[in-house]
Design a protein around this ligand. Structure first.
Ligand code: ADP
Length: 421
């Protein structure tokens, strides 16, 4: 009889344990999850109060403190959560019950029979008759403890109850460490967003403010060139030419940086874009280069899509510009843009038969100012692909590439299908 009632109880507690694990696994709100778990445990182990204390360090004195963070009480029992005496308690104040916890053992007592002292006083002041406290350990360190008070009976704890409560405590530690890890990730994500915004702001302010002094330098260089052309010797003229070229390059860098920092800031309304029309207008912009190199520029399977027109135009312009720029000198450039529709996204494949990119540089080329060539070999600021990537990611897409050195390159990018409402 007793063994069957025992096994009934054990099964019952196991079932409850399972319920509790489920609550901890899919909680979306930590306080609600704790409330549910503590209420479930409280009712089934028949206690009057369950609470959770956390250890922390005083930021000024570095003293080890403990504070009550959460509490469940049975109807009619006085809550202690707002009791200021249970916040920021020095850990050693209740040394007699801390000691077993620090050895990863439970502390269990009938308050009346306890030796006189701090602990007995604290417990009696809360009308506690019996108490069980279990330590919460996380990653080899004591994180806090969970306490169970009985204010109605002087009681002991059955072995299966103790096991049940120990297993609840260990589930609680896993839930706490998962929650801490999640909060850490959220904190890092917020920090990254903040750093990113600061960098963008810096890039914007720096590039914006540099424009004016640069304009002055180029204007005065031009004036100097005009006025003193006859008095300066050939060497002097070369120096001035270098300085003018430098300021032109710097202007391009500043404008690119400004553009990079502005990506995504001003989103105009979406519109239906005809890719054939858009691509033909881009080809017109590059007609001189296309004709001088006798380049073949093909569009395959053009689509019409709902999107933000000008950022997409900027992306295609950067890719076309690069495909023409990095063509092989003695070979007819063959450039092709192919589009593909998938269920929830558009795919673009932009390929050329140019000089190609060695695979070890596939990531680097998307970083601002990163170039694989000197300005003497190919003009450029190293910003084109960084801007392209930022635009695409801002529109919810992704960009990647395939390339073979001296054979050609294909940039692939995806754009999600957007819905107007
Ligand atoms: P930029 O062209 O101003 O140098 P980008 O950011 O547009 O800057 O490109 C970064 C680098 O990637 C270039 O310096 C070039 O080495 C390489 N690259 C980009 N597009 C191509 C391409 N189609 N073929 C070969 N190399 C390319």
């Amino acid at each position: 009889m007793s063994s069957s009632s025992n096994s009934f109880e054990t099964n019952f507690l196991l079932k409850k344990n399972f319920e509790i694990v489920s609550i901890f696994l899919d909680y979306s709100d930590w306080t609600t999850a704790l409330k549910q778990v503590f209420a479930l445990v409280g009712e089934h182990v028949r206690v009057d109060r369950i609470y959770f204390f956390e250890f922390h360090t005083d930021p000024v004195t570095q003293e080890e403190l403990t504070s009550q963070r959460f509490e469940w009480v049975k109807n009619g029992i006085e809550p202690m959560l707002d009791n200021p005496d249970l916040q920021n308690l020095p850990v050693e104040i209740a040394a007699d019950f801390m000691r077993p916890l620090q050895d990863n053992k439970p502390f269990e007592a009938i308050v009346r029979t306890m030796p006189e002292g701090n602990t007995k006083e604290i417990l009696s002041s809360q009308d506690i008759l019996s108490i069980l406290v279990l330590p919460i350990w996380i990653e080899g360190k004591m994180y806090g403890f969970i306490g169970f008070d009985d204010c109605t009976n002087e009681r002991g704890w059955k072995e299966e109850e103790l096991h049940f409560l120990q297993s609840i405590t260990s589930n609680l530690s896993s839930a706490i460490s998962r929650r801490n890890a999640m909060m850490e990730v959220e904190k890092k994500a917020k920090e990254l967003i903040r750093i990113n915004q600061e960098l963008e702001q810096f890039a914007y302010v720096a590039s914006h403010d540099l424009q004016e002094p640069l304009r002055m330098i180029s204007e005065f260089l031009k004036l100097f060139e005009k006025k003193y052309a006859d008095t300066v010797d050939e060497k002097g003229k070369t120096y001035i030419r270098y300085a003018v070229e430098g300021s032109v390059r710097m202007k391009k860098i500043i404008l690119d940086l400004l553009e990079f920092s502005r990506v995504g800031k001003t989103k105009s309304a979406m519109e239906e874009v005809d890719l054939e029309e858009l691509f033909n207008s881009l080809k017109l912009l590059y007609i001189n280069k296309i004709e001088s190199r006798n380049a073949e520029v093909k569009l395959i399977n053009p689509i019409k899509m709902l999107t933000w027109k000008s950022p997409l135009e900027q992306v295609l312009m950067n890719l076309l510009d690069n495909a023409l720029k990095y063509a092989k000198p003695e070979v007819q450039p063959k450039i092709e843009l192919r589009m593909e529709e998938e269920e929830d996204q558009w795919l673009f494949h932009f390929s050329d038969n140019g000089i190609g990119i060695p695979p070890q540089y596939f990531d680097r080329i998307f970083v601002i100012f990163q170039r694989l060539h000197t300005k003497e070999e190919y003009e450029g600021s190293g910003m084109g692909l960084a801007i392209t990537k930022k635009i695409i990611e801002n529109m919810g897409g992704r960009i990647w590439l395939e390339s073979e050195h001296q054979v050609g390159t294909t940039f692939h990018f995806s754009l999600p299908k957007l819905i107007t409402r």
